[in-house]
Design a protein around this ligand. Structure first.
Ligand code: ASP
Ligand code: MG
Length: 287
């Protein structure tokens, strides 16, 4: 079984989502667990509508409809129709988002996680629906029933033992039973024993993919990125970067620790512990 992670930039448009599906379709010789972030800059937008953030009701509703229009426009184009069960599901999620974001503020970190988590729930609903429409047997899994954290909202600490058990019971059993070829689930978000939603810290989806790889004994984990591979510097700042074809985990951690944005420092540890290979690949040039 492989784990693939697609970040916001790799699913931010109709073309990007088609490209993602094409990548997935080339790897169906083994089951794949696809971990997806919120589309484009959705998380930044959602941060602005958390209860308690100074914002007029009007502005709050405008932001929600901006996000709803963005997602629904992509959905209509990708499904080539105005209405289907996935589109209705997305509309319902935006209604729930509006309801949640207009609630009375309680504690900021708690409210943040309950609202911002919609980004990943929405993106994965759209993507799972799309893969199924292409006849790629796909199951949508709510990762909040899989990755268990404590109640440290906005930076949940993972309970690995419970997560491992839940990962095997849910995702593992679906895969073993051969029910589908692809499991689509959310990065970044998780759940507590009380059933509330937590998040793992901004840019936490790589970490989610790593945790699931660890718990499910994945053959490998591939993070699909907008760079050709693991570079020795950020190409946004340096022209003459060098691609590093292979790097030991310890050195990757060191680079991440000193600011290499290619990989989140927490991501490496779980897979290093099990010796699971981590691939960094370009979604723009998958071969
Ligand atoms: N969507 C979340 C964020 O933008 C998580 C992630 O992208 O990894 O921070
Ligand atoms: Mg993101």
């Amino acid at each position: 079984m492989r784990v693939f992670k697609f970040g916001g930039a790799s699913v931010n448009s109709v073309e990007a989502i088609r490209n993602m599906a094409s990548i997935v379709s080339h790897y169906l010789d083994q089951p794949i667990v696809v971990v997806v972030s919120a589309m484009g800059k959705t998380t930044n937008l959602l941060e602005r509508i958390v209860p308690g953030v100074p914002q007029s009701d009007e502005e709050r509703r405008a932001l929600i409809s901006q996000s709803a229009n963005y997602h629904l426009e992509i959905a209509r184009q990708i499904f080539e129709c105005d209405d289907n069960p996935t589109i209705q599901h997305l509309q319902e999620m935006f209604r729930q988002l509006e309801e949640r974001s207009t609630m009375e503020p309680t504690s900021y970190n708690y409210d943040y996680d309950q609202v911002v988590s919609f980004g990943e729930l929405i993106s994965t609903t759209l993507i799972a629906g799309y893969l199924n429409s292409l006849s790629i047997d796909t199951k949508w899994v709510d990762v909040r029933n899989v990755i268990r954290t404590n109640e440290n909202y906005r930076e949940g600490i993972i309970d690995f033992e419970t997560t491992r058990q839940q990962a095997r019971q849910t995702i593992g059993s679906i895969i073993d039973a051969g029910v589908c070829k692809v499991v689509v689930t959310q990065g970044f978000i998780a759940g507590t024993a009380k059933g509330t939603t937590t998040t793992l810290g901004r840019e936490g989806s790589d970490y989610s993919a790593s945790v699931l790889s660890y718990c499910l004994d994945a053959e490998s984990i591939t993070i699909w990125k907008d760079v050709p591979g693991f570079l020795n510097a950020d190409p946004k700042y340096f022209k003459d970067t060098i691609k590093i074809d292979k790097i030991p985990f310890n050195e990757a951690i060191e680079l991440a620790y000193y600011g290499a944005s290619i990989i989140h420092p927490k991501t490496v540890k779980p897979i290093q512990n099990k010796g699971i290979r981590l691939n960094i690949k370009s979604f723009m040039n998958p071969s």
